[in-house]
Write a protein that binds this ligand. Structure first.
Ligand SMILES: Cc1cc2nc3c(=O)[nH]c(=O)nc-3n(C[C@H](O)[C@H](O)[C@H](O)COP(=O)(O)O)c2cc1C
Length: 168
């Protein structure tokens, strides 16, 4: 069966903590997973000099196949990962020369799962996701923060992940 829910893994470590969280969230195989670190996506450029990299084909695939996109990011310097920020910056391409494609994000759903060592994500971390969803006409389904106890996902975090999963 075709899945219509995607997890976009956005860590600098393909098999690190974010991967552990993604694997837990996808225990029953409800999601497709795309690892953004495997894609060649350049920074936003005002002359769209990176227009031929992996970004547009990736967005075409995402927009065609998926209704729900879950961003999975570690906390790096109190923020989303750089990989994910570059991806968000590139959404601006869709507002300029790929408007038709960009409009197709309207009505899709977004969620976010962050992780770090401790349960101490700072207020405001989620704001760019909420506001970006609003700007793009997407529905924001919520987010949670996962964290670890002795290198395993903490039980409270697992509970929070399950609660988020029920909303997706
Ligand atoms: C570049 C970098 C910056 C980080 N900044 C923070 C931070 O600001 N706050 C925090 O709690 N943890 C921070 N950490 C720790 C990571 O959030 C944590 O180890 C996370 O689980 C790593 O996930 P990953 O294995 O997918 O990279 C940072 C780690 C790295 C590599």
């Amino acid at each position: 069966m075709n899945k219509n829910k995607l997890i976009l893994q956005a860590s600098s470590n393909a098999k690190g903590n974010t991967y552990k969280i993604v694997t837990y969230l996808n225990q029953d195989n409800q999601f497709d997973i795309i690892d953004l670190s495997t894609k060649n996506i350049g920074h936003f450029n005002y002359n769209f000099e990176n227009a031929n990299d992996d970004f547009l084909p990736l967005m075409e695939e995402i927009i065609e196949k998926y209704d729900t996109i879950v961003f999975a990011t570690p906390v790096y310097w109190y923020s989303m990962s750089g990989i994910l920020k570059v991806f968000f910056d590139r959404l601006s391409d869709l507002l300029h020369y790929k408007k038709e494609l960009g409009r197709k994000l309207r009505g899709k759903k977004m969620a976010m799962i962050s992780n770090s060592g401790e349960n101490d994500r700072r207020d405001g971390f989620e704001m760019p996701f909420i506001e970006s969803a609003k700007y793009l006409g997407m529905e924001y389904l919520g987010d949670t923060h996962a964290f670890f106890t002795e290198n395993e996902i903490d039980n409270h975090a697992k509970h929070n992940i399950n609660t988020l999963k029920n909303k997706l």
